[in-house]
Design a binder for this molecule. Structure first.
Ligand code: EPZ
Length: 421
């Protein structure tokens, strides 16, 4: 199993190119199942989760061709199997978004229910309730969802009980080929939902309202092929900006629209960072100063993203003052707290939603263990600011969502290396 060995203390300085967004790439790959022709996707990040989704498409019999520039051509109609197996779905919950497209395009499919998850129970009831409203017959059998429809799905009005990104994506994809109009209310407004809608519209879908909380989909009879570039990864970008602020550094990120990170940039400014913004870049400068503690409360977009909570908490551990970090999206997303406290942080948990962080002058290197993707990134940030050496175990979590993280951090002057054992 690979580990990172990080020698803390270096200020991050330099420039980086932001990779394609994992959370956009995954539903976009699933959406290719809807088309009657091949779809070519570019700027796919080279990540374990993306490989898993490509493997899942392959297991359905879909031909996937990857060219020398990492453009991926997916030939959805070559599908030969209608079963997404447990072995793949259990390793990546996001594979559940093949359900909507397969049902809409082929009239039936069997998709394994995703199992437990380190950050909370994460049910899929909203996906299933919405598909049933579109006319699907849904059954559970032996851990699988068996979904079928006689003819085409039918447009319907769906009111989501809570804001769910994957639920919105699954239903939006299913509705593209339904007969009539679907209205999804209380829809997720995340930029990745918008990116998926833009791809679907390029394939010939008729979606409007994406980016707002009511999405309207007028069903069409078929979707065609196209070429599409995945949006930049705002969580990756946010992670590097928070790492730069934590290490009192100065970093410029290219290839990202700063508007995607508005809530995060405002928090970084509160922490004392100077930010400059262009159309497709953002730069941060801490002028060598220690950050100030900042309260954070996660919320659906455009609120502060849950996927950056752990990283901002790492910043708060060494900031001047006391802060309160509140997690409202997932039930168990503070697994990094125990590990940071082992590095000398002073964090107290109130229930499973609130962390009170007393900023300390410095953390100390220690052996720690990554528990999930974003928690791993937060431990890397903690290790970068700690005195001495930190070993981070189980970094396979980080390889699911950060492209070449050690190379990128080394490019900014960090002392980090991967050790395989
Ligand atoms: C997406 O997960 C992201 N994953 C997550 O990123 C992200 O943390 C999350 O959205 C929230 O922004 C991908 O896009 C692949 P949800 P998703 O459905 O779609 C509850 C990362 O680190 N809920 O918006 O699975 C659910 O339990 C990952 O990159 C139901 O109760 O999240 C949660 O509390 C982790 N019933 C809340 O809604 C449902 O049917 C939001 O979940 C669906 C969700």
């Amino acid at each position: 199993m690979d580990r990172f060995i990080v020698c803390g203390g270096a200020r991050l300085c330099g420039e980086l190119e932001v990779s394609g967004a994992k959370n956009s790439a995954l539903p976009i790959l699933a959406a290719t199942l809807l088309a009657d022709e091949p779809v070519t996707i570019s700027r796919l990040p080279h990540l374990h989760d993306v490989t898993t989704m490509i493997e899942l498409l392959g297991s359905l019999g879909v031909e996937v061709v990857i060219d020398e520039r990492m453009n991926v051509q997916v030939n959805g109609p070559s599908i030969t199997s209608f079963r997404a197996p447990y072995d793949l779905v259990k390793t990546m919950r996001a594979s559940f978004v093949v359900l909507g497209p397969m049902l809409a395009r082929y009239g039936g499919c069997e998709v394994s229910l995703p199992g437990g998850c380190a950050i909370g129970p994460r049910p899929v009831d909203q996906h299933l309730k919405g598909l049933a409203a579109l006319g699907a017959d849904i059954k559970m059998q032996d851990g699988y969802v068996l979904a079928a429809v006689n003819g085409r799905l039918r447009g319907a009005r769906i009111l989501m009980d809570m804001v769910t990104v994957g639920g919105t994506e699954n239903l939006m994809m299913a509705a593209t080929l339904a007969q009539g109009t679907t209205v999804i209310e209380n829809a997720a407004r995340e930029p990745e939902v918008v990116d998926l809608a833009l791809l679907l519209n390029k394939m010939g879908a008729k979606i409007s309202g994406h980016g707002a909380d009511t999405i309207v989909v007028e069903g069409v009879e078929h979707l065609s092929g196209c070429e599409y570039e995945v949006m930049p990864d705002r969580v990756e970008a946010g992670t590097y900006l928070i790492a730069a602020a934590s290490t009192r550094g100065k970093v410029k990120l290219n290839g990202i629209d700063p508007m995607l990170l508005d809530s995060v940039l405002l928090k970084l400014e509160e922490a004392g960072a100077e930010l400059s913004r262009g159309d497709d870049w953002v730069a941060i400068d801490m002028h060598g100063e220690r950050p100030r503690a900042v309260d954070v409360r996660t919320a659906p977009y455009p609120g502060f993203p849950t996927d950056l909570q752990a990283q901002f908490l790492a910043l708060n551990t060494i900031a001047k003052g006391t802060s309160r970090v509140i997690e409202t999206i997932f039930e168990n997303r503070f697994m990094h707290v125990q590990e940071m406290n082992r590095m000398g942080a002073d964090i107290a948990l109130e229930g499973n939603t609130t962390a009170i962080v007393n900023g300390v002058e410095a953390l100390k290197g220690a052996p720690v263990m990554a528990t999930d993707l974003r928690a791993s990134a937060s431990l890397v940030i903690a290790a970068l600011v700690a005195q001495g050496e930190t070993t981070i175990d189980r970094i396979y979590h980080i390889d699911r969502g950060y492209e070449c993280i050690e190379e990128k951090l080394q490019q900014l002057g960090a002392q980090i290396r991967r050790v395989s054992s």
